[in-house]
Design a protein around this ligand. Structure first.
Ligand code: ISJ
Length: 197
């Protein structure tokens, strides 16, 4: 798979393997760089967890996604965007893309997910292979930072830098790229859940 054009990756976000230190490291680095299901982790740190599905439809993938999902140029994908809510507070904005070339055998549960967590269909499926976690600091103008802020409306955070991670999943002949944008409110979750202990 050829490397993405440097201009595209630099323009949108430099997705780095998580082994690089973050500076300044957000307090939720362990959540950012550790594997496992984010859904399970959020459920363990809150009394109630909900997936608010914002949309699931066809769209043109972002310029820094195409190569990651095996497409030679930006093209049409299935796009799902959600807010993960803990105790009704949105803590993660998630964006998932699947190339249109995928068929029902690749991701049989994806199209009918609704407000079920994608994670529940990925983790535990022996056919699913998970790639390396990458992370990026999203500049204010990154499409996913703009969409996360739009989803939050008047509650959008003031912070200009949002940390995100993404991971490529493969199943049969299909690929699926999950990007999770960590909202500042996730910090409160860690703090309060520490208090809960
Ligand atoms: C991949 C996972 O699924 C989570 C749920 C998502 C969804 O329902 O769209 C998207 C990203 C994840 O935060 C996970 O739980 O780790």
């Amino acid at each position: 798979m050829s490397a993405p054009p440097r201009s595209a990756s630099l323009r949108q976000a430099q997705w780095q393997p998580h082994v690089l230190a973050l500076n300044p490291p957000p307090a939720y680095v362990p959540w950012l760089v550790e594997g496992g299901s984010l859904t399970a982790r959020l459920k363990a740190h809150s009394d109630s967890f909900r997936v608010q599905c914002l949309h699931q439809r066809t769209a043109i993938c972002l310029s820094d996604e195409a190569v990651a999902i095996g497409m030679h140029h930006r093209g049409r994908v299935w796009e799902r965007e959600v807010l993960l809510r803990c105790d009704n507070t949105p803590v993660v904005f998630a964006h998932t893309v699947v190339p249109m070339s995928a068929n029902a055998n690749d991701w049989p549960l994806f199209s009918a997910l609704g407000e079920r967590s994608l994670g529940t269909t990925l983790f535990g499926d022996p056919l699913v292979r998970r790639g390396v976690l990458e992370f990026a600091r999203l500049r204010e103008g990154h499409p996913l930072a703009l969409r996360a802020r739009a989803a939050l409306g008047e509650n959008a955070p003031d912070a200009h830098i949002l940390y995100a991670r993404r991971c490529l999943y493969q199943r049969r002949q299909g690929t699926l790229l999950v990007t999770e944008v960590f909202l500042p409110s996730v910090l409160e979750l860690i703090t309060t859940s520490k208090n809960k202990r």
